[in-house]
Ligand binder design. Structure first.
Ligand code: HEM
Ligand SMILES: *[C@@H]1O[C@H](CO)[C@@H](O)[C@H](O)[C@H]1NC(C)=O
Ligand SMILES: *[C@@H]1O[C@H](CO)[C@@H](O)[C@H](O)[C@H]1NC(C)=O
Ligand SMILES: *[C@@H]1O[C@H](CO)[C@@H](O)[C@H](O)[C@H]1NC(C)=O
Ligand SMILES: *[C@@H]1O[C@H](CO)[C@@H](O)[C@H](O)[C@H]1NC(C)=O
Length: 316
């Protein structure tokens, strides 16, 4: 078993010799997932954020818990929330069939996220590849890093800055909420007790607030989901138009229209979709470059580190 350092040189066309159809195969599975369940591609796109912010883009968030390791799937930001892991399994199965042991799960997340955006009407771009998969995951690191939906703009700007992501990157990348859904659980505080005031967030448009109260009554099922913007199946700049009119779903969305540094970009993207797309691609590429120095491998199964499988087999 070769085990290399995960700080690697990433480049476009990394699999052109070893698995020339890799990018085509990923897109094909994503197309099928989109037809089966439109939301699933948004759910997969979210993986890039939750993977890359926690010890770099190393597919650590795909590892299942083991008796000796608490994985990231049950971390605060992920439990009962991240979904569509089976789509990544399908991609991996198709790739293992075409070119066994060649394409990393970390690269699958990057390709599939790009495809989710391109397939729903957003920009398409060339991704750099060559990542390795981690041997472990860290629930602790995820809990320490992943932002809560309550986050305010100041907190988010600081957090993104820690990853060398600018205010512009923060606003553009938040535009990923142009597709997909969130749970009532994520907005109860904002509807009923913003900042402990016993009152709703004053930034919500009154008519939109009525809609959210109907969706998420005080004693209702908090797993019920609502759309993150008015066009949740289309990757467009509607998300920013919604923020301008007080119709952001999460506090972490609407807050971007409450301070000057972020509001500037929200306004700009709300009227210029091309500028949003350009900034979004730039942000996605920067985020996909995050790496930490740690051992890596090409996992055979995205849910399990290879040597764990070997050890289990050896023990039994
Ligand atoms: C800026 C900080 C961010 C915060 C606080 C945040 C938080 C959230 C929350 C709370 C949800 C709904 C989860 C639920 O209620 O179960 C969500 C959904 C989503 N997030 Fe983010 N997010 C952020 C940035 C990002 C970024 C950078 C991306 C990707 C580039 C992303 C992609 C998504 C997508 C696509 C969904 C919808 C998923 C689905 O429908 O299953 N988010 N986010
Ligand atoms: C933003 O959130 C942070 C962390 O929760 C908090 O310390 C800070 O006071 C908040 N800032 C504003 C302006 O509300
Ligand atoms: C941010 O950039 C600095 C300076 O180039 C670098 O030392 C640091 O490792 C970067 N941080 C991350 C999280 O990539
Ligand atoms: C609202 O939040 C504050 C502070 O967290 C808490 O003390 C209070 O009990 C909450 N009120 C309700 C109605 O949940
Ligand atoms: C949502 O559903 C999950 C899984 O069925 C359950 O464990 C959890 O308690 C529910 N969460 C809320 C906030 O209702």
């Amino acid at each position: 078993m070769t085990m290399a350092s995960a700080v690697v040189i990433l480049r476009p066309g990394y699999y052109s010799e070893t698995c020339p159809r890799a990018e085509f195969i990923v897109r094909d599975v994503m197309k099928k997932a989109l037809i089966r369940e439109p939301r699933s591609v948004a759910s997969v796109m979210r993986f890039q954020f939750h993977d890359c912010f926690v010890n770099g883009c190393d597919a650590s968030m795909l590892l299942d818990d083991t008796p000796t390791m608490l994985g990231e799937k049950l971390a605060l930001a992920n439990i009962n929330s991240l979904r569509s892991y089976e789509v990544v399994d399908e991609v991996k199965d198709a790739l293992e069939e075409a070119c066994p042991g060649v394409v990393s799960c970390a690269d699958i997340i990057i390709m599939a996220s790009r495809d989710a955006v391109a397939l729903t009407g957003g920009p398409d771009w060339e991704v750099k590849l060559g990542r390795l998969d981690s041997l472990t995951a860290s629930q602790e690191a995820s809990d320490a890093i992943m932002p809560s939906p309550r986050s305010n703009a100041t907190y988010l700007m600081d957090l993104f800055n820690k990853f060398n992501l600018s205010v512009k990157d923060l606003v553009a990348l938040s535009g990923s909420h142009s597709i997909g859904q969130g749970r009532c659980f994520s907005i109860m505080f904002r509807l009923y007790n913003q900042s402990g005031t016993g009152m709703p967030d004053p930034a919500i448009d009154p008519r939109f607030k009525e809609k959210l109260y109907n969706l998420c009554p005080l004693n209702g099922d908090q797993n019920v989901t609502g759309d993150l913007d008015a066009t949740p199946h289309v990757f467009d700049n509607q998300y920013f138009k919604d923020l301008v009119s007080g119709r952001g779903f999460l506090n972490s969305d609407q807050t971007l229209f409450t301070v000057a540094q972020t509001r500037k970009f929200v306004r700009q993207y709300s009227v210029n979709q091309r500028e949003f797309f350009e900034a979004f691609v730039e942000g996605m590429i920067k985020m996909s470059d995050l790496q930490v120095d740690q051992p890596g491998e090409i996992r055979r199964n995205c849910r399990v580190a290879n040597q764990k499988t070997a050890k289990t087999m050896w023990e039994s």
